[in-house]
Design a protein around this ligand. Structure first.
Ligand SMILES: CC(C)(COP(=O)(O)OP(=O)(O)OC[C@H]1O[C@@H](n2cnc3c(N)ncnc32)[C@H](O)[C@@H]1OP(=O)(O)O)[C@@H](O)C(=O)NCCC(=O)NCCS
Length: 175
């Protein structure tokens, strides 16, 4: 459990299903992410799976107990490189209020204090300023720009819609 001024960051529980469905059911959250809108049943399955996993964390408003988004945090291979990847999706009703950067910053601080990472990195679509501004706000540095590194959907004739991405990182001892 990580606590910030306004938030608790904790493991998922099966009872997060309804709050998870509230945003994973919306097409707009997949604009820069793989996946498609979930049903309530799929969100329930995901909440149960994530309750057993270590790589997704629920972000909850302290004031109301509402789950408003989640963080992804996973160690990349090989383990001796001590590199972790961070990601995030927040409910659009709670975006642009500083919650996502508050949560991501607290997780990064927690990780540097407790998990001994050498490097924490993130990749985001160049057309997703919400993501790269968040990373810059919490002290990440843009390391590179990549052309057509991935695609999450196809066009109307079945060709991949390739995305250009930025990669950001924060190092254990700065630069
Ligand atoms: C990325 C995401 C978590 C950011 O959430 P958020 O609640 O807007 O984040 P914050 O309120 O902490 O804002 C972070 C910074 O981004 C800026 N920002 C947010 N949305 C923006 C937008 N649409 N355009 C430009 N800047 C934006 C904010 O102004 C803030 O910067 P500032 O404080 O210097 O002004 C949210 O947009 C989201 O869940 N998007 C859908 C999923 C997604 O794309 N995830 C990332 C995949 S890499």
């Amino acid at each position: 459990m990580i606590e910030t001024e306004r938030l608790l960051i904790r493991k998922f529980t099966p009872s997060d299903a309804v709050d998870l469905f509230a945003y994973l059911s919306l097409p707009e959250v997949y604009r820069f992410e793989p996946g498609e809108p979930t049903t309530l049943q799929e969100a329930s399955d995901l909440a149960r799976e994530r309750a057993e996993a270590d790589n997704f964390l629920a972000v909850v408003l302290k004031a109301s107990g509402k789950m408003i988004g989640h963080l992804y945090f996973e160690q990349r291979q090989p383990p001796e490189f001590r590199t972790w990847e961070i990601g995030y999706i927040f409910n659009p009703a709670y975006q642009r209020l500083g919650y996502a950067s508050e949560a991501a910053s607290a997780l990064v601080d927690y990780a540097f204090a407790n998990l001994s990472p050498h490097r924490i990195m993130a990749r985001c679509d160049q057309k997703n300023p919400a993501s790269w501004k968040l990373l810059e706000k919490i002290g990440f540095t843009r390391e590179g720009a990549f052309k057509q590194v991935a695609y999450f959907c196809m066009d109307e004739v079945g060709n991949p819609i390739w995305i250009d991405a930025f990669e950001y990182s924060k190092l254990e001892k700065g630069r």
